[in-house]
Structures are given as structure tokens and as C-alpha cells.
Ligand binder design. Structure first.
Ligand code: 13P
Length: 254
């Protein structure tokens, strides 16, 4: 079975003290992660070391960065390199979140460079894709997402692609309380997998975890994660509430 992942994306929220208290509250609650399940915490850069320390030794629990820069090092004031993340022991980086695409103008081509440098340093990208409302209303979401995958990922070898986790996040469902129905999520996830199969073959496509993101909560996680091509979630708002996120971890398919 594919790896099932509950990933928290704190975005630009919480103070250090609030972040520590949240992780403490999550760790304190009973949650069950099977061998094929993972919990990932994408915390703000200043909290990466704290989260690494707090979660050290926890089975199948990982800390992620929410971004990185595409260059190895040098005069790029304010940016964070993948080598820096690697030196902290970070194993995942969220790339191409719609907020970065929209507010920071990250293109598919720029994201391809970030994917490359992550893989060079053995850090696994959680690559986000997903369409805005206007594209969904025009019913052209498949072509839109296919282009995102093609331009940022299809230069990779099959072996490299297998290090990538894909997160489908329809922009109209992010932070809006408006979740894609589990049928809509399944439909797009199956489409993404079929695209990957067309390019890399069925065995590779079947091995890749595809997460759903967009207003996932404890109340809808079992339904969404229960879909055959949904391998967990990338969770914003509900990941800031300990009880909610623990319930979301426990909603992963067994
Ligand atoms: P919400 O869960 O707050 O809708 O955010 C989803 C998201 O953007 C996760 O990356």
C-alpha cells in the first residue's frame, strides 16, 4: 500500500510558544501511525529546529519546511537553502503552494528548479498543484493541473519522481470552508495518477502518494481519505488545533 500522509501546513501562523504548545498537545494525545503512515509538520522556518527536537525519535513523524530557494548558496539575502534544511535533518519541503504561486509569482519552471535542488540533497518535495475557481467553472481543471505536473515534474527520472509527494489543492477550497466533495477529489486524484501512468508507467504511478488539501477537517477526513486515490491530506487551518489534527492523523486509511 502507498504511504498515507497527514501533513500539517501551519503557514504563517503561531508564535514559537504557541507552536511548542501545539506540538506538545498533539504528542500527548493517542494517535496511531502504522508502518505505511506518516505525520508531517510543515512549520515556519524559525521553528524548524524546535520542531525537529520535539519530534526527534517519534516513529514516522517528520518536519517539513514550507519553502526553499532554488540556488545552492550565495548572496540571496533572506532566502533559505536546501543545504541549510538538510543540515537540520529536514526531510520534506512543501513546494508550489498556491499561496506562493499567487503572492510570490512562482512559475512552473521556477518550481522545477526547486524540485531539482531538493532531490539533489535527498529532501522530498511535497509538490502542490490545483486550479483556481475560474478554471473549475470552465471545467478545464484537468488540462490546468496536467500542465503544472508536466512543466515542473516530467523532466525527472522515474526514480526521482518516486521521491515526490503530490498534493492536489483546488484553490477554491483553500481556507474557504468549501471542500471539494470526496468524489471531486477522487476524480482529480485518479486523473493525476493516470497522467503519471501515461508518462512513467502504472507501477510508478501507483507508488506515488497524492494528498488532498483544501478545508480538510476531522469531520470530513475519513470520507476524503477513504477514496481509493487519496493518500492523505495537506491541512491548513485544522492543523492548528490539536484535537482536530490528531483526529485527521487517525483518519488515515489503514
Ligand atoms: P485549509 O486546510 O486551511 O483550507 O488550507 C489548505 C492548505 O492550503 C494546505 O496547504
Amino acid at each position: 500500500m502507498r504511504t498515507q500522509i497527514a501533513a500539517a501546513n501551519w503557514k504563517m501562523n503561531l508564535t514559537l510558544q504557541q507552536g511548542e504548545a501545539l506540538l506538545d498537545a498533539i504528542i500527548a494525545q493517542p494517535h496511531s501511525l502504522n508502518a505505511n503512515q506518516q505525520a508531517v509538520f510543515a512549520v515556519p522556518f524559525p521553528y524548524l529546529a524546535m520542531a525537529q527536537q520535539k519530534l526527534a525519535g517519534k516513529q514516522n513523524v517528520f518536519v517539513a519546511a514550507q519553502n526553499c530557494y532554488s540556488k545552492k548558496n550565495g548572496a540571496y539575502t533572506g532566502e533559505t537553502s536546501v543545504e541549510m534544511l538538510q543540515s537540520l535533518g529536514i526531510q520534506y519541503v512543501v513546494l508550489g503552494h498556491s499561496e506562493r504561486r499567487e503572492y510570490f509569482h512562482e512559475s512552473n519552471q521556477f518550481l522545477a528548479e526547486k524540485v531539482n535542488i531538493c532531490l539533489e540533497y535527498n529532501i522530498r518535495p511535497i509538490f502542490c498543484c490545483g486550479e483556481p475557481l475560474s478554471i473549475r467553472e470552465a471545467n478545464t481543471q484537468n488540462a490546468f493541473v496536467a500542465k503544472q505536473l508536466e512543466e515542473s515534474l516530467y523532466h525527472l527520472s522515474a526514480e526521482q519522481l518516486q521521491q515526490v509527494v503530490i498534493a492536489y489543492e483546488p484553490i477554491w477550497a483553500i481556507g474557504t470552508g468549501k471542500t471539494a466533495s470526496s468524489a471531486q477529489a477522487q476524480e482529480m486524484h485518479a486523473f493525476i495518477r493516470s497522467q503519471l501512468a501515461g508518462k512513467y508507467g502504472t507501477a510508478v504511478a501507483d507508488s506515488i502518494s497524492i494528498l488532498y488539501g483544501g478545508s480538510v477537517k476531522a469531520a470530513n477526513a475519513v470520507d476524503i481519505f477513504g477514496q481509493p486515490d487519496v493518500d492523505g491530506g495537506l491541512v491548513g487551518g485544522a492543523s492548528l488545533v490539536a484535537d482536530e489534527f490528531v483526529a485527521i492523523i487517525n483518519a488515515l486509511k489503514k
